[in-house]
Design a protein around this ligand. Structure first.
Ligand SMILES: Cc1cc2nc3c(=O)[nH]c(=O)nc-3n(C[C@H](O)[C@H](O)[C@H](O)COP(=O)(O)O)c2cc1C
Length: 337
């Protein structure tokens, strides 16, 4: 469904070409300093403009409709609304009859009996992740001790991402990439095994992000080819610091106080300019598909901050679950003694 979280609960709403997209954030503790300007930096990181991103231009200004008074969270649900201005729905009319390979046109048409909003891919557009990024800003404020470092990398050995983006645009194609998130400064103890283990909660959130194809923590898939002596992380002091980090900062589903390290494979956008073949449901035959709309040649360039926000939301929920929504005796500056 469209909501996630045990205590820090995020609900996403909106369609790409509707009046607005956004998030309803419940379970935000009272007393968190919050104003519209706080969203600008992360919204700018998701905004298009760089080579390899969509020509669609949105200001992505976040309006706070509830849950904040005198620039502090009140403890009530926070509604964040982000208007859609630069819409061009006609580009998408053909996709109900002639679905794009790899997009949600066919599956959403079948699941919602043809009623899903096709404009700009509706609720299946990357646009809906603007609300996730906004909610992530609040999540990060719940975790002021956590330092997020997120990088986008080439998924092709020997080629830089810049080279690949240029090649993709020249080919009228798209290209995938790897997003790595490192979170420093986390306490020991985040994660509620069995089913709400730290990796499980983050995996649930990260696989909800459109276009995510794979996820690994620490050594990830490489661990399958390692000896225990290579993968094990020796503890070297009383804080639990380890001399290496093959586990990516999680043991037994619980954060171990070392850096949390995860990598996500982001697929190439399914909407590409070059001609493709698809099945035409109106003619019951294969047909040529030409996609006219405005699209990202490299989704990962814009989804890096989305992946980071999803990580922050999961960690904020686990933090509040571990410490309690109204606990006042911990290291967090927004908690009143
Ligand atoms: C920030 C962001 C931007 C995206 N931009 C595009 C795009 O321009 N064109 C496209 O075909 N898909 C784009 N996507 C991916 C689609 O939303 C996604 O592929 C589609 O919903 C199908 O879901 P799936 O790929 O997870 O199966 C974007 C995703 C994100 C997170």
């Amino acid at each position: 469904m469209n909501s996630f979280g045990r205590l820090f609960r995020v609900e996403l709403f909106g369609e790409s070409h509707g009046p607005a997209v956004g998030a309803l954030v419940d379970g935000c503790p009272p007393g968190l300093p919050l104003s519209a300007e706080d969203f600008e930096a992360d919204m700018a990181r998701r905004r298009a403009g760089a080579a390899g991103t969509t020509p669609r231009r949105e200001s992505d200004l976040v309006s706070i409709l509830s849950g904040v008074h005198a620039s502090f969270s009140t403890g009530s649900p926070i509604c964040l609304s982000i208007p859609n201005k630069d819409t061009r729905s006609a580009d998408y009319n053909q996709f109900h009859a002639l679905p794009r390979p790899g997009h949600a046109d066919f599956t959403s048409m079948k699941k919602y009996s043809g009623f899903s909003d096709p404009g700009g891919s509706g609720h299946f557009s990357g646009r809906v992740t603007a609300g996730l990024v906004a909610a992530g800003v609040i999540a990060k404020k719940i975790l002021p001790f956590a330092r997020f470092n997120t990088e986008v990398r080439s998924g092709v050995p020997g080629k830089t991402l810049d080279e690949l983006v240029v090649e993709a645009v020249a080919r009228e194609d798209s290209i995938g990439a790897i997003v790595e998130v490192v979170v420093r400064g986390l306490p020991v103890g985040l994660g509620e095994p069995f089913f709400d283990a730290c990796e499980s909660v983050l995996a649930h959130l990260l696989f909800a992000v459109p276009a995510v194809r794979a996820l690994e923590f620490g050594d990830g898939f490489a661990a399958a080819g390692m000896f225990g002596s290579e993968h094990n992380d020796p503890i070297i002091d009383a804080s639990g610091k380890t001399s290496k980090n093959g586990s990516g900062g999680i043991n037994g589903g619980i954060s171990n106080g070392n850096d949390l390290v995860l990598r996500v494979a982001v697929k190439p956008a399914s909407s590409i300019a070059r001609a493709q073949r698809s099945f035409d449901f109106s003619k019951n035959a294969m047909a040529e598909l030409i996609i006219e709309g405005r699209h990202d040649a490299c989704i990962a360039l814009r989804s890096a901050v989305v992946i980071e926000a999803a990580t922050a939301i999961g960690l904020a929920d686990l933090y509040l679950t571990d410490r309690g929504l109204y606990t006042r005796d911990v290291e967090n500056p927004w908690r009143k003694a």
